[in-house]
Design a protein around this ligand. Sequence first.
Ligand code: ADP
Ligand code: ASP
Ligand code: MG
Length: 397
Amino acid sequence: MVVAKFGGSSLSDGENWRRVLNIVKEGDRQAVVVSAPGARFVGDEKVTDLLFKYASSDKEQKETVWQKVADRYVDIANFFGIDFSSVLEETKLKLTGASVPYVVSRGEYLSARLFSLLSGKKFIDAARVVKFDEKGEIAQRLTYQLIEQSVLQSGQNAVMGGFYGSDKEDNIVLFERGGSDVSGAIVAAAVNAEKYENWTDVSGVFCCDPRIVLNPVFVKCLSFFQMKILALLGARVLHPQTIYPTVKKSIPINVKSIYHPDEDGTWILPTTKKRGDVVGITAKKVVSVEQIEFKTPLTSPTPLLSIITPAFCRAVFDEETFDATKITGDGVLTTTHATLISVVYDGKKNYCPTIKKALEKTGLPANVICDEHGLAACLTAPDKTAEALRTVYKALE
Ligand code: ADP
Ligand code: ASP
Ligand code: MG
């Protein structure tokens, strides 16, 4: 069985929905996972962002924000000449007094309902099959069982919204932002899919973020481990947790573009042949916490990277989610904001000397923190993600 996930960027408007429906119809794609419609142009609001706004608005504003959400689906439904108003009305009525996760999950819920109407695939409500335990983690056995059953009952012809599930009491629980990738991987693992297709708006994984570096090298193939590191350290083409369900069952992930469905895309596989090449370069805004004269190294909350020597511990955290109040460690702690530049590579070559030289030549500081096990990582000035990324890409080209 093939599981195909379509991201918000591929479901942004009617024209893209037509592309997606053709892809699903032409290939043998039995189980589909969809996101909420994303941005149609630079500066456009994603449906998920609108729903977060709805949840924090007062009563009057709510009406305007909901209208914007509803209009996105009405536009798509109109494109295909179908009426979606009753589903929208029924959904709106249930928003009064609903929790924030419930409100926000309606983006993916509505996408799946609309997709079901347009494709004839059976709608599966993720709230019934994707179950979280009391620790907020996926209750794996139960979830896999429920998904497998539902997909079989649909005659292997199903569509589910990504990004949400529910807890024991059936309260809606959201994944992290970008989490439909993880939902798709969970469905793939549950049905033992032969492959997990992740369809998006770019041809696959590039060596660098193509929004920052013009025409970066395309990566045909990389390992699960390399993809996890790249996603964690800044390549947000896939959510970093996408890898876990698929790695356990060795299900290949194929990242593909809805604009070029005949292209092969990028394959993420259990292992790849060592070629001694750079697989990816990322830049991310981070907070670096240094700990000296310590007894216990900082491990909680889990850092992106942590380098521990007998005299010194450095834990690097994602700036977006960093919470200073959660850091409690012994010894002397210093906290600095920085840009983390990372190079993921095959083979044994050490890249840090080249990275350091290139950054310093452009007037940027370079503090090497790791150059082993296929990862070269370096801290540079804060708020210099684009400049640092372009500099390092050019130096390694
Ligand atoms: P979706 O809506 O399909 O989930 P995302 O916006 O989450 O799509 O991810 C796709 C985007 O990731 C691309 O449009 C691209 O700009 C960005 N991106 C960042 N880094 C990379 C990379 N290394 N390779 C490919 N795309 C990348
Ligand atoms: N729609 C959600 C978000 O914007 C989930 C996803 O796109 O994967 O984060
Ligand atoms: Mg995404």
